[in-house]
Design a protein around this ligand. Structure first.
Ligand SMILES: C[S@@+](CC[C@H](N)C(=O)[O-])C[C@H]1O[C@@H](n2cnc3c(N)ncnc32)[C@H](O)[C@@H]1O
Length: 359
């Protein structure tokens, strides 16, 4: 199970760039691997937009935290479009040739060694590639606010917004929680019976919408994000729904916002998903300031960070991520050894670690 989810995640990273809610672009069922590849085409990563990050990197270098010296903390960089290579055509000759070469092969139908290898590879491809679409097809926890956010996110031209100087960073939909992760966060919110929730790192608010949809009457979600444009973007959608009133956004570097939150209003559930290099400080401030209710739960996103925490450097195909990978690794070890926190990591998408205050 774990291996399947892990392999599925890797496959998603390499092929999809983001999970798809629909079975195929036109919602027709997928019966063949050829259909699977075609269905995944719209979700594949666009050519790199990393060059657009640079001007705002300079600006962000001046953002200082009031609560912690910046030594050892890396500035947020926004989207990684694939730092060393640009994948111009995700679905091309290679995929066509591979499908043709393995046509009719299966893990059980072979007569020579090479056929057997091809058959096993094809079955693995189907098992991995078919997993996300299947899980999506039998999950239905996404509500109307989530759907509205996703629709707007998918139809927004993020590269253009960044070129026009509206967003602080270069963004892409792959930076959002995907439908399965967001629905999982929604279920966690229900399971915790959370009244007051904090999200650190909001982007388009897909995860925020999931949380809001699970909050009871009088419940409250506070999201922290550094980019003022996102507050406006998300607010426009939330304002269309009565439950949207449960949501508020604090703009600014999370390390600064965290020290300004009122200490007497404790959180039952926290979703951590901003600058990976600052994760440890986020948790430390929550503990130092007593912002967590007794038995509070924290869900921390991207704790597998594309596998970098356990894969050696020699396998890096995007070396610019390595620094964040090392920080996530150090964070995971710090968390696992913390005397007051109980921790379990789940292999969902890029890894979600559940943390409970109290052992
Ligand atoms: C991965 S996205 C969050 C995704 C979101 N949780 C969701 O459910 O889709 C990370 C967000 O963190 C924000 N961010 C990055 N560094 C930050 C910082 N130092 N303080 C506050 N927000 C930050 C970015 O602007 C971006 O919107």
């Amino acid at each position: 199970m774990t291996l399947c989810i892990f392999l599925s995640f890797c496959f998603s990273c390499v092929v999809h760039g983001q999970s798809a809610k629909s079975l195929s672009p036109d919602d027709s069922p997928i019966n063949t691997l050829e259909q699977l590849l075609l269905a995944s085409a719209p979700f594949r990563r666009q050519p790199s937009a990393a060059h657009t990050v640079r001007k705002h990197m300079q600006m962000m270098a001046t953002v200082e935290s009031e609560s912690q010296p910046k030594v050892g903390i890396k500035d947020y960089t926004g989207r990684f479009g694939g730092t060393e290579k640009t994948e111009e055509t995700g679905y091309g000759q290679l995929e066509k040739d591979s499908l043709e070469a393995t046509s009719g092969k299966s893990a059980t139908r072979w007569s020579i060694h090479s056929e057997r290898v091809q058959g096993v590879a094809k079955e693995l491809f189907g098992l991995i590639g078919g997993l996300d679409p299947y899980i999506s097809s039998v999950s239905n926890a996404d509500g109307p606010i989530m759907q509205a956010i996703k629709e707007k996110m998918d139809s927004t031209n993020w590269d253009a917004l960044h070129e026009e100087g509206k967003t602080m960073f270069s963004y892409g939909p792959e930076m959002s929680t995907d439908p399965i992760e967001a629905q999982t966060i929604k279920m966690f919110t229900f399971m915790k019976n959370a009244q007051r929730v904090l999200e650190i790192g909001m982007f388009t608010g897909y995860g925020a919408a999931a949380i809001v949809e699970a909050l009871p009457e009088g419940g409250e979600l506070v999201s922290l994000d550094i980019d003022p444009y996102l507050k406006e973007w998300v607010g426009e959608v939330m304002s269309q729904f009565p439950d949207g009133k449960k949501h508020s956004v604090e703009v600014g570097p999370a390390l600064d916002s965290l020290v300004k939150l009122p200490a007497d209003k404790k959180f039952d559930f926290v979703f951590v998903d901003a600058n990976k290099s600052e994760y440890r400080r986020y948790i430390e401030i929550l503990l130092e300031r007593g912002l967590l209710a007794d038995g509070a739960m924290i869900a921390v996103d991207n704790t597998l960070y594309c596998g970098l925490p356990y894969m050696p450097e020699q396998y890096d195909s995007q070396p610019k991520r390595r620094g964040f990978g090392e920080d996530v690794k150090a964070f995971n070890e710090w968390l696992a050894g913390h005397p007051d926190l109980m921790t379990v990591m789940l292999p969902i998408r890029d890894g979600i670690t559940l943390v409970r205050k109290g052992l």
